[in-house]
Design a protein around this ligand. Structure first.
Ligand SMILES: NC(=O)c1ccc[n+]([C@@H]2O[C@H](COP(=O)([O-])OP(=O)(O)OC[C@H]3O[C@@H](n4cnc5c(N)ncnc54)[C@H](O)[C@@H]3O)[C@@H](O)[C@H]2O)c1
Length: 348
């Protein structure tokens, strides 16, 4: 393969980011985009970028024999049917996180991918962030010795709108899922047990959907190490993304990224800019790199850097966190079958 032809399904916030990034790659042609609400403004946007096909029906794109790979950037509830259709059409797939809100559905998607023998990369963009990548490399080189603790702080500058909250599946599968994946990535180990506490402190609208806006999750890794994640849907001082890894030889931490390093010192105090505003700004370079590495692995016929099992494991951690919050106790990932079976039995 010397050139790849791509399509994108779902042209909202993240679909447009991936489109811009694909258009930068010399080995790639972005031929088609699909969105349920494609209109003249999307058509104009696409024409200005030389994208020849704009459609409302993803089947047009999946039926195009020229297209070798698709990005699935539609809302989460459409990911599984689209993955299955794309795999059956023989397309390689990049799917945004999470694969789904239901692990049986996720497994259906992964089985379709395996049967078709296509590649599937999941959109855990933070693995490609310059700070976290560097941290992971240092941990792997042994800079902190035996890893004992990972502490992740992950707080948004402002909560999403109500319609999004209602469909998001809750904080753990929508927001903490990035941190669950980061914890596994840094520790290079699966998590066996999750203990979550949560509260509604930012906006009562979260309670309306049985969700929380503030959470602390502790993790037990299979190798005995521990992890702590703290989340808030609203940090008054902006997007807060910091991590510390602590081990037998010391600790390494990574701090926030800022738009500049300007500092104003006066008699009143010392002021600096807030961290980069939100995920689109903070992870801009990471989105570029994940797209590039996906294309490179397809061209080389090699493994993608973040696969479907990574997507599934993070989802299992999110489901365990949801159960933990509900039951008020730590939950092992191995308990999920039993807990879900009991829930089904109560429904019958
Ligand atoms: N990795 C990240 O940092 C990141 C950031 C934001 C969102 N996401 C994920 O990306 C996905 C999309 O989020 P978003 O914020 O871009 O949402 P969005 O609402 O801005 O865009 C989604 C788009 O998909 C379209 N759509 C929905 N169903 C479709 C279908 N069946 N066929 C074609 N188009 C369809 C909608 O019309 C909409 O334009 C979600 O799964 C979300 O969790 C990931």
């Amino acid at each position: 393969m010397d050139k790849l032809i791509f399509g994108i399904i779902g042209m909202g916030r993240i679909g447009k980011i991936h489109a811009e990034n694909l258009l930068r790659l010399p080995q790639v042609e972005l031929k088609a985009v699909a969105d349920l609400y494609a209109d003249k403004s999307l058509q104009d946007w696409a024409s200005a970028r030389g994208i020849s096909t704009v459609t409302r029906d993803s089947a047009d794109l999946l039926g195009d024999p020229d297209i070798q790979a698709v990005f699935i950037c539609s809302l989460t509830d459409s990911h599984v049917p689209l993955i299955v259709q794309a795999a059956q059409a023989g397309k390689h797939i990049f799917c945004e996180k999470p694969i789904s809100l239901d692990r049986e559905q996720t497994q259906i998607a992964l089985a379709a991918v395996q049967e078709a023998g296509v590649s599937l990369q999941i959109g855990f963009n933070r693995r490609f962030d310059h700070n976290f990548r560097c941290l992971q490399e240092r941990i792997k080189e042994g800079a902190v010795g035996d890893l004992h603790l990972i502490k992740i702080t992950s707080r948004d500058p402002s909560p999403p709108h109500e319609e999004y909250i209602g469909k998001s599946g809750g904080i753990f599968i929508d927001m903490t899922i990035h941190d669950f994946d980061m914890a596994r990535f840094l520790a290079d180990c699966d998590v066996e047990e999750v203990y979550a506490q949560g509260a509604v402190l930012v906006d009562p609208v979260f309670a309306k959907y049985g969700d929380v806006d503030t959470a602390v999750v502790t993790l037990k890794f299979a190798n005995g190490a521990l992890g702590v994640i703290d989340n808030s849907r609203k940090a008054a001082y902006g997007y807060d993304q910091r991590v510390e890894a602590f081990g037998s030889l010391g600790s390494i931490s990574v701090q926030n990224d800022y738009p500049n390093t300007l500092e104003i010192s006066t008699a009143e105090g010392v002021m600096r800019d807030k961290p980069l505003h939100f995920f689109l700004e903070r992870y801009n370079e990471a989105y570029i790199l994940e797209t590039k590495q996906f294309a490179q692995s397809l061209l080389a016929g090699s493994e993608v850097p973040v696969n479907g099992q990574d997507g599934l494991q993070a989802e299992l951690m999110a489901l365990a966190a949801r159960w933990s919050l509900k039951l008020g106790r730590p939950v092992k990932l191995s308990e999920l079958d039993m807990l879900e079976a009991e829930q089904e039995a109560v429904k019958l």
